[in-house]
Design a protein around this ligand. Structure first.
Ligand code: ZN
Length: 405
């Protein structure tokens, strides 16, 4: 060891043990970026920073299991800086929006910037981006960042054979297959998705849909963000139907910048879950270890245990989950209501800017559907908006009010 890493000891904290689902009294010793001891710590290294956490709860940092950084209107660095204040220390981001516009170059920019963030950022990518990465020989370079395929649905492929091929390739590369299955998925299709390895879905709007996926072994990413708010519907009364909630995790999907300011991140999911009747420690499992297990990261993330990254959050309480302090990779990154590190300046490359080109102003006429002059009927693809959620596609769900136009 060339240099002695920094040491931090937390004492008098009530430590959230996500394995026992209990609160324990323990000291936690952190050396470098890892937790080394949990319990009674007799011998202390020299030059140690002691954090007195009297009356507070020490929990693993929160994990947002599915979101699109683009929807936040921020870049990986600026988004990280806002969500870390809310206790989120890991996110699984799907960059399909930037990939759609800028291809592999856009993804590469996202990853390079994400690597400099104080929040751990993993990515799931569209299968066509994976194809290009493999063809260009770039996959290895981003292997530690990319943990899965994102937004996968059997309906998005031109044939079953295509879908099966893509799933099998992902499995071979040891990538998770994160589903986009809904709403109103036919059970036969759900079985097919599960059979070929789709292991999660964040699109459940009703509890019934969530349970159908759960019974097929899929992880339910309970979504609560700016665009869609499904947490209360999915988790309300869930304990009467589900004894084991290990496969429930949280994701914000689309989270806008102002909503983060007004408290809509994973801390808010925790508060809402507790309000709907979930035990606070069970809610914390959903925000931490359950997600780490789903993504195969539980050897490093999601708990306060030796060998794990010291990504930790000090909470004032287990009702509102008010964040007092956040550590990321063994460093205090947030305390006393402020960020404790020097933010890396953002440099968005030129090719990412001015990607939307229109040579004239749009007006209402541009959004009219034009049909043949003699046509009396036309079939039009629309997206129906419902309050606090959405339904994509041409046919509204039964019982959904969707006014034409
Ligand atoms: Zn999404």
């Amino acid at each position: 060891v060339a240099e002695d890493p920094g040491h931090i000891l937390t004492q008098n904290a009530r430590v959230v043990d996500v394995f026992r689902s209990e609160v324990i009294e323990a000291k936690v010793l952190i050396s470098g970026d890892r937790i080394t001891r949990v319990g009674e710590v007799e011998e202390l290294p020299e030059d140690i920073q002691v954090i007195d956490a009297s009356g507070k709860y020490l929990a693993p940092g929160f994990i947002d299991s599915h979101l699109h950084i683009e929807s936040s209107m921020m870049t990986p660095l600026t988004l990280s800086q806002e969500i870390v204040k809310r206790g989120t220390t890991t996110i699984v981001a799907d960059p399909h929006e930037i990939a759609m516009v800028l291809g592999v170059k856009g993804l590469a920019y996202m990853i390079e910037e994400a690597r400099q963030a104080r929040v751990r950022i993993f990515f799931t990518v569209p299968d066509w981006i994976l194809t290009q990465l493999l063809e260009n020989g770039q996959f290895e370079q981003y292997r530690r960042d990319i943990i899965g395929l994102g937004e996968v649905s059997p309906y998005f492929f031109s044939s079953d054979r295509d879908f099966i091929g893509v799933s099998q390739r992902a499995k071979k590369l040891n990538l998770n297959i994160e589903g986009h299955l809904g709403p109103n998925f036919k059970e036969r299709r759900l079985d097919q998705a599960a059979y070929f390895g789709v292991s999660s879905c964040h699109e459940s709007i009703t509890q019934e849909e969530a349970l159908q996926k759960l019974s097929r072994g899929m992880t339910v990413i309970v979504r609560e963000g700016s665009a869609a708010k499904n947490l209360v519907e999915i988790l309300g009364g869930i304990k009467e139907k589900v004894r084991d909630t290990r496969k429930f995790i949280f994701g914000t999907d689309d989270l806008e910048v102002m909503d983060i300011f007004h408290r809509e991140d994973i801390d808010h999911c925790l508060q809402l879950a507790v309000e709907t009747g979930i035990h606070p420690l069970e809610a914390l499992q959903m925000a931490t270890i359950n997600s780490a297990q789903h993504f195969g990261l539980e050897d490093r993330l999601g708990s306060v245990a030796p060998g794990h990254y010291a990504d930790l959050v000090l909470l004032e309480d287990l009702e509102e989950f008010k964040v007092a302090m956040v550590l990321s990779a063994g460093e205090v990154v947030y305390a006393d209501n402020e960020i404790k590190y020097d933010p890396v300046p953002i440099k968005v490359p030129d090719f990412c800017l001015s990607s939307f080109k229109l040579n004239r102003k749009l007006n209402a006429e541009d959004f009219k559907f034009r049909v043949e002059g003699s046509a009396r009927k036309a079939r039009v693809r629309v997206m129906c908006a419902v309050e606090d959620s959405w339904l994509a596609g041409g046919s509204p769900a039964p019982g959904t009010a969707c006014s034409p136009g």
